[in-house]
Design a protein around this ligand. Structure first.
Ligand SMILES: [Zn+2]
Ligand SMILES: [Zn+2]
Length: 123
């Protein structure tokens, strides 16, 4: 189950982010819905040849330079039978550009650290 975070800043900026994984996060159909053919080409090749041992899709925080906004993007992590890992990162859901992943959430307006609280769960 994923968590819904509310992030807020002293300057008044506020946003809700759905982080983590939902019920559909282990489903191949979810992978096909969330990632373009191009993005999942490598994963599909491994999947078809049964070299994917396990995979999970989780929402992670990211920042889009073009939109100047914080958001979540789907990140697929797969473990391959040979022990290697594969990671695919979704693009900005609004403009389709490549995003930067965020470790620390800071306000897109004033760049101060954002306050984070969990306000609920999503499936
Ligand atoms: Zn964008
Ligand atoms: Zn701010």
């Amino acid at each position: 189950m994923g968590e819904i975070y509310k992030v807020s800043c002293q300057c008044g900026y506020e946003k809700e982010l759905k982080l983590g994984g939902g019920l559909a996060s282990l489903n191949i159909r979810t992978v096909r819905r969330l990632f373009s053919d191009e993005k999942r080409a490598a994963f599909e090749a491994y999947y078809q040849s049964k070299e994917v041992q396990s995979f999970v899709v989780e929402n992670e925080p990211a920042y889009c330079d073009a939109c100047r906004e914080i958001m979540t993007v789907p990140v697929l992590r797969a473990r391959l039978v040979h022990g290697e890992g594969l990671e695919i990162i979704g693009d900005c859901p609004d403009c389709g550009q490549k995003v930067q992943r965020l470790k620390d959430l800071s306000c897109p307006l004033c760049h101060k650290a954002l306050k984070q609280e969990i306000i609920g769960h999503w499936d």
